[in-house]
Structures are given as structure tokens and as C-alpha cells.
Design a protein around this ligand. Structure first.
Ligand SMILES: Nc1nc2c(ncn2[C@@H]2O[C@H](COP(=O)(O)OP(=O)(O)OP(=O)(O)O)[C@@H](O)[C@H]2O)c(=O)[nH]1
Ligand SMILES: [Zn+2]
Length: 362
């Protein structure tokens, strides 16, 4: 039996490395590069990277649009990092926090020749580590040798690409009874993904028959709304209203998916909130940071429902994308049950933006 890490396990190791500011070695189509997340880069490592060769900064087309940089690669731009710039310059390109106060640092020069495969891989990795989608990329000849010599994680795109494309595979860990205010007959199930990522939960109310459509909610984690009672969104009231409706009907299942901030993580969501305080709406803020409107993988919820034995749902949602994804993944949505609660003067504009830009039903 092999003792070493599988490609999936290496992928998770690489995420942890990037979050610590440690470089990883990426390989794709016979090419190699040393990659480090822009947001956790230190001056010493920048100097060490420069000693290896010319440095580029991979950013998404969303961020490039804000910076008026050319994105020759479609979904991303490879920004040439001048030799005389410092960490603050790099952070300014990666992070929009000071865009308005210190308008750009340009003109930015984007690389056109060559292949962007390693840069795309680097951005995907940074996003999946919940970091800003901006990574320094330095092409090298002997990637495997450097990885061995420096003790860096080595990731081959050919081996991990299928893992990125696949919906997370989860296995049940434990379930136990949790009587709740909304429903005494509650059980919490914990599911763990094989890739070492966040665990997700299912709250089962009563004993819903598996052969009938179950009242279901796919709830994305929102620390600010669910726990703090933030008035900026409607998540907390939606969470509690869903549980209460399930309690009143006697059965239901609420999936609590740890996809904070529509999949960008809490730190990035707070970056988005800070931009919202500068006047940008929820979608614009995500774009300025370099993210898409919604980075969640809704396949996850469908997979959990199937694992619990459910094939049909009455779905509590206002989001048509969730219904489409359920159907595409083979879960029948027999009814959409609207969930409109928690409107406040602080989230009026937020809800209006969701309706206008993300197609949410009002
Ligand atoms: N990036 C970002 N995420 C946010 C913001 N406000 C709330 N969220 C996250 O959005 C998720 C909730 O998504 P919503 O779009 O409100 O609702 P939905 O779950 O898609 O749709 P419904 O089923 O109708 O509620 C949670 O993960 C929140 O953390 C924001 O301004 N920016
Ligand atoms: Zn929220």
C-alpha cells in the first residue's frame, strides 16, 4: 500500500502551503513554475523568487478589468512584475482595498506570448484556498529538482485537474440528536470531504420519508448573518425561518454548507464588505476582488441529499440557479417554496442587487 500522499492529498497540502506563504511547484504540459500567493508573500521570499528568473503576477480577468490591464488569456492576465517594484506594489495589484485612495500603479504590462496554463492553475489553487485570486508565478526548468531540494509541494496539473473538476466527495462522520427551539426532533449529521476541505452539515428534522419530496433548504454559511445577526443580508432570518417551517411541518432537511461568502471565504467576504462601504454593490465588490459573482459549487448540496437517500425536494429558495443545479444533478424539484424574510433598511439594496444581477426571485 502506498504511504505517500495521493494527488488529492497533495492538492490540500498545496492549499495549506499557499495560506502560509510557502511556495509550491506546479507542473503542466512539461513546464514548471514556482508559485506563491500574492497576499501572503514576504520580502525575503520575493527576493528569492526574483533570483530564479522573471516574475509574473497572475490575476483574473475580473481584477484586470478594474486595473485596465490587458487580459490576453481570456479569463486571466499575466502581469509582468517590474524589477524595481516592492511588496506594496504587488499587494496593490492583488488587493482592491486601496484602489480608490491610490489609483493605479500602471500602466500594467501583460504578457502575451507563451502559455497561461500554469497561471490558470495557480489562480484556481489560490481561490480554492480562499485567498485573493492573485499569485506570483516564476517559470523554472527543473521544477522537480527544486521541489526536492527545497522541500516544496509538487503538483502536476494532469493528476489534480480531475480532482478540481469533480464535485467534492464526502463521507458521513457522525450523526446525533440535537433538540432545537424550532424542532425538538432534530439530528445533526456531519459530512467530511476527502480533500481535507471544510466539513458540511445536514440538519434532519423528524424522519422524512425517503420516497417522497422532502422540504429542503441549501443554506450557505454566513458567519455575519447566521451568528452575529448582521442586518446587511437576510441569511440569519432565512436560516431560522427554514428550520421553523420544517419544525411546523414535522419533517425537513437543512443542509448547512460551509461556503461562506458565496464560496470566497470570510476574509474575502469582509474585503467585499469594505468595498461595499466605498460604494460598490455586492456583485461589483466580488469582481473588483477578482472573483465571479458566485463561486459556490451547488453540486455539493445535491450530492449530500443523494447520500442521505433523497431524490426529490420541495426547495426553500429564491435562487433559480440552485433549482437548475439540483435538476442537473438528478434531484427533482417538485416545488419552489419562497423564503422571503429578514428585509431591513440595511439590506434593501443588497436584496435588490441580487434580484437584478443574480436573477433572484422577489
Ligand atoms: N461575496 C459575498 N457574499 C455574501 C454577501 N452577502 C452575503 N453573502 C454570502 O452569500 C451566501 C448566501 O447567498 P444568497 O445569495 O444570499 O442566498 P442564496 O442562498 O443564493 O439564495 P436563497 O436560497 O434564495 O437564499 C452566504 O454564503 C453569505 O455568506 C456579499 O455581500 N458578498
Ligand atoms: Zn448573510
Amino acid at each position: 500500500m502506498p504511504l505517500g500522499p495521493s494527488p488529492l492529498e497533495r492538492l490540500n497540502r498545496a492549499r495549506a502551503d499557499l495560506r502560509m506563504g510557502v511556495p509550491v511547484v506546479l507542473a503542466a504540459a512539461g513546464r514548471f513554475a514556482i508559485v506563491v500567493a500574492a497576499e501572503e508573500l514576504g520580502a525575503d521570499r520575493l527576493a528569492a523568487l526574483r533570483a530564479l528568473g522573471p516574475v509574473t503576477l497572475a490575476i483574473t480577468v475580473r481584477r484586470a478589468e478594474t486595473l485596465k490591464a490587458r487580459a490576453y488569456d481570456g479569463d486571466l492576465a499575466r502581469i509582468v512584475v517590474p524589477e524595481d517594484v516592492d511588496l506594496a506594489w504587488l499587494r496593490g495589484v492583488a488587493d482592491p482595498a486601496d484602489d480608490l485612495r491610490a489609483p493605479m500603479k500602471g500602466p500594467l504590462n501583460s504578457q502575451r506570448d507563451g502559455d497561461a496554463g500554469l497561471h490558470r492553475f495557480a489562480i484556481q489553487l489560490a481561490k480554492s484556498a480562499h485567498l485573493l485570486p492573485a499569485a506570483l508565478v516564476v517559470p523554472v526548468q527543473d521544477g522537480a529538482g527544486i521541489a526536492r531540494q527545497e522541500g516544496l509541494t509538487f503538483l502536476d496539473l494532469d493528476l489534480v485537474a480531475p480532482e478540481f473538476a469533480r464535485a467534492a466527495r464526502l463521507h458521513p462522520v457522525i450523526a446525533a440528536r440535537v433538540p432545537m427551539r424550532a424542532a425538538e426532533a432534530g439530528r445533526l449529521h456531519v459530512f467530511r470531504p476527502e480533500d481535507g476541505g471544510e466539513e458540511h452539515y445536514a440538519v434532519e428534522i423528524g424522519r422524512p420519508p425517503r420516497d417522497k419530496p422532502v422540504l429542503a433548504r441549501l443554506h450557505s454559511a454566513c458567519f455575519t448573518g447566521d451568528l452575529l445577526g448582521s442586518l446587511k443580508c437576510d441569511c440569519g432570518p432565512q436560516l431560522h425561518a427554514a428550520l421553523e417551517q420544517m419544525g411546523a411541518e414535522g419533517t425537513g432537511v437543512l443542509l448547512y454548507l460551509n461556503q461562506e461568502g458565496r464560496g470566497i471565504g470570510l476574509a474575502n467576504k469582509m474585503r467585499a464588505y469594505s468595498l461595499q462601504d466605498q460604494g460598490f454593490d455586492t456583485v461589483e465588490a466580488n469582481h473588483r476582488l477578482g472573483f465571479e459573482d458566485d463561486e459556490r459549487d451547488f453540486r455539493l448540496g445535491a450530492g449530500l441529499l443523494k447520500a442521505m437517500g433523497f431524490g426529490a425536494v420541495r426547495l426553500l429558495t429564491n435562487n433559480p440557479a440552485k433549482i437548475r443545479m439540483m435538476e442537473a444533478m438528478g434531484i427533482t424539484v417538485t416545488e419552489r417554496v419562497p423564503l422571503q424574510v429578514g428585509r431591513t433598511r440595511h439590506n434593501d439594496a443588497y436584496l435588490a442587487t441580487k434580484a437584478k444581477k443574480s436573477g433572484h426571485l422577489l
